[in-house]
Design a protein around this ligand. Structure first.
Ligand code: UTP
Length: 294
């Protein structure tokens, strides 16, 4: 029986340079999508996939993330005194969604380095990584955990992108696995390749499941593309020792650290809300007519 996947690591210590000036004083992981910060969606996704213990990699400029998942007794009492019990429960429940821990990355040395900060906390068990600025709708993480239960291998989420965009991502070459719809065997991984050198248009997308061996490879990884310690390089080294699978999917991912994708997330997720969707749909339809979009 493979060990159960109980722990998640959420790197959220990056500088957020693509979202300046907003991200100067407020973490981009705290951007609201309707009424919840992005990182709350990420934590809810982990909990829905059966994760019980979450370690957020944070930094000294991002304390507000810890406050969001802490108790706020004065606010809870004030809401209850006014009979706003549902709102009080919403505030209180944030602190009991899972066992949430925080560790600081002293310097933003790259995603690989951020994940390496979790080595002592995770110990000798498999774990998932969810990027703190990536919202994922749909059963991707759950599918990855199921794949691990079957194969006991590390798994990475993969989505096809237009070939000309591949140089913005980690890129995977992969072989099909017979009889498996969403699973492939990864044969090569390269971080942000030039379009003409890319081995495929399969891009790595913000969700990973690792065996603990990854920590040995991160410890050996030297700075790569952009001078950062890249998780892709540590994964490529891991592939010399263990199998790496890919879980392929086609939709539902929003890189909210990128302005245009943040706007897409706001529109799509607002439309899905029962309380706001119908009215917002009418407003959007009116905007589309007024702007002559279709
Ligand atoms: P990104 O590359 O999207 O974040 O990393 P960034 O470096 O903040 O982005 P830009 O390019 O400057 O806008 C994906 C996730 O990994 C975290 C980020 O906070 C984000 O959630 N990260 C990145 C770290 O925790 N530490 C790092 O050193 C780098």
């Amino acid at each position: 029986m493979p060990a159960p996947v109980r722990k998640a690591v959420i790197p959220a210590a990056g500088l957020g340079t693509r979202f300046l000036p907003f991200s100067k004083a407020v973490p981009k992981e705290m951007l609201p999508v309707v009424d919840r910060p992005v990182i709350q969606y990420v934590i809810e996704e982990a909990v829905d996939a059966g994760i019980e213990d979450i370690l957020v990699i944070t930094s000294r400029h991002k304390k507000v993330m810890e406050d969001h998942f802490d108790r706020h007794p004065e606010l809870e009492s004030a809401l209850e005194a006014k009979g706003k019990n549902a709102e009080a429960a919403t505030v209180r429940d944030l602190s009991s969604m899972a066992d949430i821990h925080f560790v600081r990355q002293g310097e933003a040395l790259g995603l690989g380095h951020a994940i390496g900060m979790a080595a002592n906390h995770v110990g000798d068990e498999p774990f998932v990584v969810l990027l703190g600025d990536d919202i994922m709708r749909g059963p991707v993480l759950k599918g990855m955990v199921d794949l691990y239960a079957k194969h006991e291998s590390s798994v990475v989420a993969l989505m096809e992108v237009p070939q000309e965009d591949i140089s913005s991502y980690g890129c995977a070459a992969a072989d099909a696995i017979e009889g498996a719809d969403n699973a492939v065997k990864v044969t090569e991984l390269v971080e942000k390749p030039a379009v003409e050198d890319a081995p495929s248009n399969l891009a790595v997308m913000g969700r990973y499941l690792f065996t603990p061996t990854i920590f040995e490879e991160i410890a050996k990884t030297q700075p790569g593309v952009g001078g950062e310690i890249q998780i892709t390089d540590a994964m490529a080294a891991l592939m010399g020792r263990e199998d790496m699978l890919g879980f392929t999917f086609t939709e539902g991912r929003y890189d909210t650290g990128k302005k245009i994708d943040y706007l897409r997330a706001m529109v799509d997720l607002s439309l899905q809300r029962d309380d706001l969707g119908p009215e917002f749909r009418e407003i959007l339809a009116e905007t589309v007519r007024r702007e002559g979009i279709v």
